[in-house]
Write a protein that binds this ligand. Structure first.
Ligand code: NAD
Length: 316
């Protein structure tokens, strides 16, 4: 199988690339091309472990560049599309890049996949498209009610991907995963940001009352879910991926302080994020039932490993 992985120099994409090229070869004989424009969030060093693998190729390019996308799509049998502008706070400050990459970029890929019959096309989305879920858990049928330009642009691209399946019959599969944690993440999102700041002796900013709840899933579990959907998912279906550990931001901050040997005096309470969703929670029984997916990584040991990884690379 020849797989095109967009956004493969980012946090989750690079983990997926390292996973599929690992010696146990979860996809069997595979050739992987990463298409990534290397924004601030993409780092070629995330792919150092596979740089010399015979089945690996890196192409620096933009998913909105129709010529590059068309050429690459013609050479591949399947797509896992992760490239995105992915940070909510940046989308609140400036939304344009989110619409450009997440919406136009996705449509550019879908058009080319359709022209060349490149399928399955796994579109990697997020639980944030459901908006805040105050109680219970969102199934795949839950209405989309995104709150930020990030989640609205992801919801738009989900709908375009599903429309491409309904209208043209392209084998599109959409995944919606909860918050990921693990090594190799650009230090702007909560866990890597807090850990790197604490390790440098700096304070960390906690939004509002800290009662916002997120489901934290190890990136390795997300990637196993993606591989299950790529290999055994059904065309036109949406699969929630979750089952991590639900924590308030305050509880998570407490765990990170402990892991970094710091106290609550290192936490600055700051004004809440605009439009901050109170809680995300996905019902992941469908992917469990149909594809046998379930998370394997224990949160405490996964977090300890993650903190150790940042300590090794980012400590002064
Ligand atoms: P990331 O920001 O770490 O990586 C994104 C990658 O996309 C980077 O390597 C960047 O250079 C690349 N990129 C951005 N714009 C591009 C463009 N126009 N053309 C080509 N490449 C471009 O993101 P991540 O956290 O690894 O997330 C990957 C995907 O998973 C995203 O689609 C995101 O919405 C989704 N997701 C993330 C999480 C999470 O917790 N991080 C959870 C669920 C879903």
């Amino acid at each position: 199988m020849r797989v095109l992985i967009t956004g493969g120099a980012g946090f989750i994409g690079s983990h997926l690339v390292r996973t599929v090229l690992a010696p146990d070869r979860p996809l069997g004989e595979v050739r992987v091309t990463v298409l990534d424009s290397l924004t601030y969030a993409g780092n070629p060093e995330n792919l150092a472990a596979v740089r010399h693998h015979p089945g690996f190729r890196f192409v620096r390019g933009d998913i909105t560049d129709a010529a590059v996308v068309d050429r690459l799509m013609a050479e591949h049998d399947a797509v896992v599309h992760l490239a995105a502008e992915s940070h909510v706070d940046r989308s609140i400050a400036a939304a344009h890049a989110f619409v450009h990459t997440n919406v136009l970029g996705t449509q550019t890929l879908l058009d080319a996949a359709l022209r060349h019959g490149t399928e399955p096309f796994v579109h990697v989305s997020t639980d944030e498209v459901y908006g805040s879920v105050p109680f219970g858990s969102a199934t795949e049928q839950h209405p989309l009610a995104p709150s930020s330009a990030y989640s609205a642009s992801k919801a738009s691209s989900d709908l375009l991907a599903l429309a491409c399946h309904r209208t043209h019959g392209l084998d599109v599969r959409v995944t919606r995963c909860s918050n990921n944690y693990g090594p190799f993440q650009y230090p702007e999102k909560l866990i890597p940001r807090f850990v790197t700041r604490l390790l440098r002796g700096e304070n960390v900013p906690l939004y509002g009352d800290g009662e916002n709840v997120r489901d934290w899933l190890h990136v390795d579990d997300h990637c196993r879910g993606l591989i299950a959907v790529l290999t055994r998912g059904r065309p036109g279906e949406v699969y929630n991926i979750g089952g991590g550990t639900e924590l308030t931001n305050k509880e998570l901050t407490g765990a990170l302080l402990t892991a970094c040997d710091a106290g609550w005096d290192r936490v600055d309470r700051v004004a809440d994020r605009k439009g901050h969703d109170l809680r995300y929670s996905v019902d992941w029984s469908k992917i469990h039932r149909e594809l046998g997916y379930e998370p394997r990584r224990d949160f405490d040991s996964g977090l300890a490993e993650t903190v150790a990884w940042y300590r090794e690379r980012h400590a002064p």
